[in-house]
Design a binder for this molecule. Structure first.
Ligand code: ADP
Length: 482
């Protein structure tokens, strides 16, 4: 049995902005089920404290660079026995709004201090210096918000082995030199081979430079980030670490209980690969919800996404507009929030095709399940995609994904052939035209119900449960100190 400290800035269902939160609940849970002693540490945001019953103060720690002591609260990951530690600094985390900022006004101005404090606390826990009598074998950090922790303990004796997982290289935690100075970090960190990145402080580099190993959330993304196109200037460092054998990719799993069409409390009519006809009830319910004509035979497309450039929303809007202008028998339902320009563009598309397009702006867990169950195909033309979860949910729901061949999308979706082989549709170029070709291929196959059904059944049989991915992480933990 290994002792693993798992550090993350968001954990479902307590706080979530994206896939990191899903992983940060599912992976520790899967490790726990495989007999490991895993503990999660996250900031004590206001929303967490409100959602958790019965937290106990188990430690009070002093952190370098911060005046007031910080409490460590202990609770359990909801619906599990997994120990959850919350770093409680009310000044930094007890506020209304998201974990990183407010949608209208951007990032919190003190994010450098907030996540430096979090990283300092992680380091204290990792070194068993909080008086909790628990010395982890492995510190597993995730994304930039935890990036300083591997750096802070790198030179210490008898430290745990460290793994840093990149969930999205696009967010690096970059701050000014002044902020570096304010954080009381060792001067020697201000170096190209330390935390400095073109005269800025990079939290992400703390993980990339100092962790024993780096992983990312799909094998393809692990290769892509070593290239200029996806590396954001970090490709040299990442290639170097890859050459050392210290960069790998493990595809995320999904929570098979939460995402199970046979037992999904949010959907109208549960179904399985054997009872696929019932999926049609969910399609009708979704069309009703979005006030679209309840036509069983149109190809109903959907997407659920943060509305950011990464996700290729503009490609979807343009390609679907062209399809609808040409009179194709398709409908589109969308759920997302983010960039106001994309929100407006979606509303414009809806206004132009009110009986073909449905749009909900916002974040809605229940509706996201209903969309996965109700649509025929899921559109995910991401410009880059470290792993992506919605294509995995789609496969499980017999909803065929239409994806760009990148990152985790390339690793999880098998391209269709004319005989009903494969589990979805891939295309290479990030252009509306390339997506349009893929949409037309899907439309053509949809006219052949036997082949479509065959692909649905194949997709539903693919196993993306956490068991496999957790076993791969365990093997990686074993290799860390090699
Ligand atoms: P990312 O982490 O880049 O946002 P992922 O595909 O890895 O992308 O994970 C996104 C997660 O967030 C999925 O679980 C998805 O269903 C969920 N999600 C995104 N936007 C919404 C929304 N508007 N409403 C409900 N769930 C959403």
């Amino acid at each position: 049995m290994r002792k693993i400290l798992f550090a993350s800035s968001e954990v479902h269902p307590l706080v979530k902005t994206g896939g990191l939160a899903d992983v940060s609940a599912s992976l520790p849970l899967a490790l726990h089920e495989q007999g490991q002693d895993v503990r999660i540490v996250m900031p004590a945001y206001r929303a967490c404290l409100a959602a958790l019953e019965g937290t106990a103060v188990v430690a009070s720690i002093n952190l370098e660079g911060f005046l007031l002591p910080v409490e460590v609260l202990e609770s359990r990951l909801p619906n599990s026995d997994v120990v959850l530690w919350l770093v409680n600094s009310p000044y930094h985390f007890d506020r209304e709004g998201g974990p990183y900022g407010q949608p209208e006004s951007g990032d919190w101005p003190d994010n450098a201090a907030r996540f430096a404090l979090f990283s300092r606390a992680i380091a204290v826990l990792a070194m068993n210096e909080a008086g909790l009598s628990w010395q982890p074998d492995v510190l597993h950090c995730n994304d930039w918000q935890t990036g300083l922790a591997p750096a802070l303990i790198a030179a210490q004796e008898q430290r745990p082995a460290t793994l840093f997982t990149i969930h999205n290289l696009a967010y690096q935690g970059l701050f000014s030199r002044d902020e570096f100075d304010a954080l009381d970090l060792p001067d020697l960190f201000w170096h190209m081979e330390g935390l400095e990145f073109y005269e800025q402080l990079s939290f992400m580099k703390g993980g990339l430079v100092f962790a024993d190993k780096i992983s990312t959330v799909s094998p393809s993304y692990a290769e892509e980030i070593c290239n200029e196109e996806y590396g954001y200037g970090l490709e040299g460092l990442l290639s170097y670490r890859a050459d050392e054998g210290r960069l790998s990719g493990i595809l995320n799993g999904i929570d098979h209980d939460e995402w199970n069409p046979k037992r999904d409390p949010y959907i109208t009519s549960p179904y399985s690969a054997k009872k696929l006809d019932k999926k049609a009830d969910n399609k009708a319910a979704l069309q009703r919800y979005f006030s679209l004509p309840q036509e069983p035979d149109v190809l109903l497309l959907g997407f659920i996404s943060r509305l950011v450039s990464q996700k290729g929303i503009d490609l979807t809007i343009s390609a679907v507009r062209q399809l609808l202008d040409a009179g194709a028998a398709v409908q589109l339902v969308c759920l997302g929030s983010g960039d106001p320009d994309y929100e407006r563009d979606l509303q414009v598309l809806r206004a132009r095709f009110p009986d073909k397009v449905g749009v909900t702006i916002g974040y809605d867990e229940a509706l996201s399940h209903q969309i996965e169950a109700g649509v025929d195909a899921f559109v995910m033309p991401s410009r880059f995609e470290p792993c992506g979860l919605n294509q995995l949910y789609s496969l499980r729901y017999g909803t065929l994904p239409i994806v760009r061949t990148t990152g985790g999308l390339a690793d999880s979706v098998e391209d269709a052939d004319e005989l009903g082989g494969g589990t979805g549709f891939q295309f290479e170029l990030a252009t509306p035209e390339a997506l349009l070709v893929a949409l037309n291929r899907a439309l053509a196959l949809y006219q052949q119900p036997v082949l479509w059904r065959q692909m649905q059944v194949t997709a539903m049989k693919r196993d993306f449960s956490w068991q496999n991915s957790a076993a791969a992480y365990l093997a990686l933990y074993d290799d860390l100190s090699l």
